[in-house]
Design a protein around this ligand. Structure first.
Ligand code: FRU
Length: 418
């Protein structure tokens, strides 16, 4: 029995479940109809004269080396980040088909030195490496990534296969640099099963690129288990999903759900390791679904603070279901446990949206437990009416996180990831 949430006072969820229960929270159309921008949730304009962190590679989705508690880790005084990279000689829009995980290191968490590719050539699965996460345990780095495309598939934008992969290496550092060895034990740890998570085959009739990607590793302090969040789509053939009353929610009278909304089935997936050795992973029902609301809930990640679970994801304007509209940016939910009746933060889930005049200025936001949000610069309008491609880290934004509310609290240096 839910008491109605008002736009001003979203009700924090109270129901809790265990990781392997089959309760999936929803981001409803009613929630998404509340999407509004104001000064607390609109990103400041990215200046077109931003500095570039590498003249060799485009840089986009980025994640820091963390501990299993999701806090950033340093190694012998070095800060380390991992980024999707592609040579700057590749057209910016084609970078996805060339993506490799590169790494950077820094003493001050903002002057980043490019260390090259994380993995040796020919060792990773897929035909390119997409986003992931990396946990430091002792001097071992447990790296998770998306094996995107079939193995050895070459450059093929039409190959949308995605699987979750894992490899373990060792970090090394001296006074001058950071480097890695190992990562010889790549393996595929999860594939879409067609029931909980849509397979590529089932997605063929879908409107937009399909997802089974972006593993984010962490330990839940409650059940002490190691889990992965990832981005998926609801299992079943695209177009067969029927929007439920729960998906639609308490919409204003007269709100019609367009027929094609059923094609939009993004979710935040969960997989759980059988033990601390992370040998086997079991797919669990999604933690949250955006059925009939949004096709993409990318790079899901988690901050646990004051006993509350803050679930973040990034999404695009163009992936909202018909009849809804939002912004490229950061969205989030809060609940009392890892699996719980998450409620959208700020009523609608919008945390930081790009300004109307610069709708694709930045993307792939990642919130750290310290409340800092890193992202990359995408395409920025210039004064002359042109655009400048980024492919480099944006200024880090500061988020204030209080209960069910967030607020943009400030703007820091470019690529500041402490
Ligand atoms: C987000 C994203 C990720 C994916 C990567 C591919 O920017 O779409 O979901 O792993 O970019 O380049």
């Amino acid at each position: 029995p839910a008491s109605a949430a008002t736009p001003d006072q979203p009700r924090a969820g109270t129901r809790q479940y265990s990781a392997d229960d089959d309760h999936t929270a929803v981001w409803s159309r009613a929630d998404a109809l509340k999407l509004r921008q104001d000064k607390t949730n609109t990103a400041p304009r990215v200046s077109p004269d931003f500095p570039v962190m590498s003249d060799k590679v485009w840089v986009w989705d980025t994640w820091p080396l963390t501990r299993l508690d999701t806090k950033t880790a340093t190694y012998k005084g070095w800060h380390v980040i991992f980024s999707l990279t592609a040579p700057r000689t590749v057209p910016f829009g084609d970078r996805h088909w060339y993506a490799k995980i590169g790494y950077f290191y820094s003493r001050d968490a903002k002057s980043w030195k490019y260390g090259g590719d994380l993995f040796q050539p020919g060792t990773s699965f897929g035909s390119r490496e997409w986003a992931g996460s990396a946990a430091l345990i002792g001097d071992r780095v447990h790296s998770f990534y998306t094996a995107s495309g079939r193995d050895n598939g070459g450059v093929d934008p039409n190959d949308a296969l995605q699987r979750l992969a894992q490899a373990t290496g060792k970090i090394h550092a001296d006074q001058n640099r950071v480097w890695f060895t190992g990562f010889r034990d790549h393996r595929i740890i999860a594939e879409a099963d067609g029931k909980l998570y849509q397979t590529l085959e089932q997605s063929q009739q879908g409107p937009i690129i399909y997802a089974f990607r972006d593993p984010f590793v962490f330990r839940d302090p409650r059940d002490r288990k190691i889990h992965l969040l990832f981005e998926g789509n609801t299992g079943g053939t695209a177009g067969t999903y029927q929007c439920t009353r729960r998906d639609i929610g308490d919409v204003p009278a007269g709100h019609e759900v367009p027929e094609d909304a059923k094609y939009y089935t993004g979710n935040i997936g969960l997989a759980t390791a059988d033990g601390d050795s992370m040998e086997n992973w079991k797919l669990q029902p999604p933690l949250l679904s955006a059925n009939c609301v949004n096709q993409q809930t990318e790079r899901p990640h988690l901050v646990i603070r004051g006993g509350k679970y803050y679930l973040f994801t990034i999404s695009h304007k163009f992936t909202f279901a018909p009849g809804l509209s939002g912004w490229d940016g950061l969205y989030g939910f809060v609940g009392p446990a890892l699996r719980s009746d998450y409620r959208p933060l700020n009523g609608s889930a919008l945390i930081l949206g790009n300004p109307e005049e610069a709708p694709t200025q930045q993307y792939s936001h990642y919130v750290m437990p310290n409340g800092l949000v890193e992202s990359f610069i995408d395409t920025v309008p210039t004064a002359e009416g042109g655009t400048r491609f980024g492919g480099t880290l944006a200024r880090t934004l500061m988020l204030s996180l209080k209960g069910d509310r967030t607020r943009l609290a400030g703007q820091l240096d470019y690529g500041f990831i402490p």
